[in-house]
Design a binder for this molecule. Structure first.
Ligand code: NAD
Length: 472
């Protein structure tokens, strides 16, 4: 771990750079180490190498590709503890969260490696046969955010390579270390050029989206950046998978036991210090149980230990970077100026690290910034409702449509409500359940396309129909 200096992986080689940037530990605001900033020429070599490798990798038997994608899980597992510590250091999350992410990365490699897209026989008659098959696209560009840096990279790498593509992967400039290290280790199990990992700033992402030899961009990040990606991808009509922001509602029905679900609801909102695309960001509570649930949430939240994730027992860490910290501070300041009532939190301690306390806001107006905007930080508005039709309309009144949850004892009613929500995933009495075989993707401005499952795998392919006719 902490190999100095961290290097990029291009054409199977360790590659350094001319320019470097610092990675900051968000819990201490101290530099962790320097990372290379790829030049345009280095992007060119990475793409050229991926293009060359594609010729062989795309024709490598699927069983061999499956074996190698599975082996990517093994190499992470061999260094599991080091990855966990590195992730805590660069991202800021607590140990349990880091274990979940690294364990997930291993599991995803192994499970995706079992997938396969079979040819579909559309028609077979005496003199003709029609078959639809999936062919790889070419060079895929992967661009990832800073909240789950390694897991979200694996969500792209594993299916892209399994489907026969090669790849250029760019982590967020805030959290590049686990991804760069994984890239280096991966060279031991992949032919040169199949997976190139390069680090750099936002402009590197833009160069990738404009590059004529990249056939697909798989992007996870904010909706604002997603729009820019879509614009520049039009250059060569790149295929796109966009996993973007969300402002997920949770609806709590009146028949629920407030004290029984407070803990689950807390984690639905605050896991990873609420830097979770699918965090519950608006909590709609029926008026009959509003006061009790608000109290239960406050009491549970008071038991949570916030601090530097490397210290044992810490459950929530800081925000990952200064930009996000300032954004959430600004949101809190706006609430204060609007006269919102804080049930908990709101005051930022003067200490090193980008720490924001868990903050619960008491029934702010529906038009308040803390309700309308994706906070991506531990600030949760509790919102009172009376009528179920009204709350469904409020939940859907957003340009986002990533995920949602409904909480109730009467499952028939809960499901009736769930089916009315405009979102790619709706959980009932649970949250944040993901799996390599469960399709995940956003509606509306939360994205386009799917990750995970065979639907997600198919997004790394073109469909080809082969029609055969026997000559008389
Ligand atoms: P971001 O959009 O700022 O950055 C994401 C990545 O895009 C980074 O690697 C960045 O360097 C790169 N980038 C920036 N500008 C670019 C450009 N013009 N062209 C190409 N690439 C560019 O997002 P972030 O702040 O890192 O992540 C937080 C956001 O990600 C939140 O909105 C969150 O909801 C969303 N997110 C979504 C999912 C999902 O699956 N839907 C998962 C995690 C995070």
């Amino acid at each position: 771990m902490f190999e100095v200096p961290y290097a990029m992986s291009i054409d199977g080689q360790r590659v350094l750079a001319v320019e470097y940037a610092q990675v900051i530990n968000p819990a201490t605001e101290q530099p962790v180490c320097d990372v290379p900033m790829a030049s345009r020429e280095q992007l060119e070599s990475a793409v050229a190498s991926a293009k060359t490798a594609f010729a062989t990798w795309s024709r490598t038997d699927i069983s061999e590709r499956q074996k190698r994608v599975g082996a990517l899980g093994d190499i992470i597992e061999q260094h599991k503890e080091a990855f966990i510590e590195l992730l805590i250091t660069e991202q800021g999350k607590g140990r349990a969260g880091a274990e979940w992410e690294i364990g997930g990365a291993i599991y995803w490699c192994r499970e995706i490696a079992k997938q396969c897209l079979e040819d579909e026989v559309v028609r077979r008659q005496d003199d003709e046969e029609i078959v639809t098959r999936h062919t790889p696209i070419g060079v895929v560009g992967g661009i990832t955010p800073w909240n789950f840096p390694l897991l979200l990279a694996i969500w792209k790498v594993a299916p892209a390579l399994l489907a026969g593509n090669t790849m250029v992967l760019k982590p967020s400039p805030y959290t590049p270390l686990c991804t760069l290290w994984f890239g280096e280790l991966a060279q031991a199990v992949l032919p040169p050029g199949v997976l190139n990992v390069i680090s750099g700033g936002n402009e590197l992402g833009q160069w990738m989206t404009e590059h004529p030899d990249i056939g697909k961009i798989s992007f996870t990040g904010s909706t604002a950046t997603g729009r820019r990606v879509m614009q520049s991808a039009s250059v060569n009509l790149k295929r796109l998978t966009l996993e973007l922001g969300g402002n997920d509602p949770a609806i709590v029905l009146p028949d629920i036991d407030p004290w029984g679900i407070a803990k689950d609801l807390f984690w639905a909102a605050f896991a990873n210090s609420a830097q979770f695309c699918v965090a519950c960001k608006r909590l709609y509570i029926h008026e009959d149980i509003y006061d009790d649930l608000a109290l239960a949430l406050v009491e549970y939240a008071r038991t949570i230990r916030i601090g530097n994730g490397i210290e044992p027992g810490v459950e929530l860490g800081p925000l990952q970077n200064k930009m996000q910290y300032d954004k959430v501070r600004d949101l809190l300041e706006d609430s204060r100026q609007q006269g919102h009532r804080f049930l908990l939190g709101g005051d930022i301690e003067d200490r090193p690290g980008y720490f924001i306390p868990v903050t619960l806001i008491d029934n702010p107006p529906e038009s308040a910034r803390c309700v309308v905007e994706e906070a991506f930080g531990p600030v949760l508005p509790l919102l009172k409702y009376r009528d179920i039709e009204e709350v469904i309309a409020r939940a859907n009144n957003t340009p986002y449509g990533l995920a949602a949850s409904v909480w109730g004892r009467d499952l028939v009613e809960a499901e009736r409500v769930a089916r009315r929500i405009e979102a790619g995933t709706v959980w009932i009495n649970q949250a944040h359940v993901f799996s390599p075989d469960i399709a995940f993707g956003g509606h509306k401005q939360s994205g386009m396309g799917i990750e995970n499952s065979l639907h997600g795998l198919a997004e790394y392919t073109n469909m080809q129909t082969v029609m055969r006719k026997v000559l008389p």
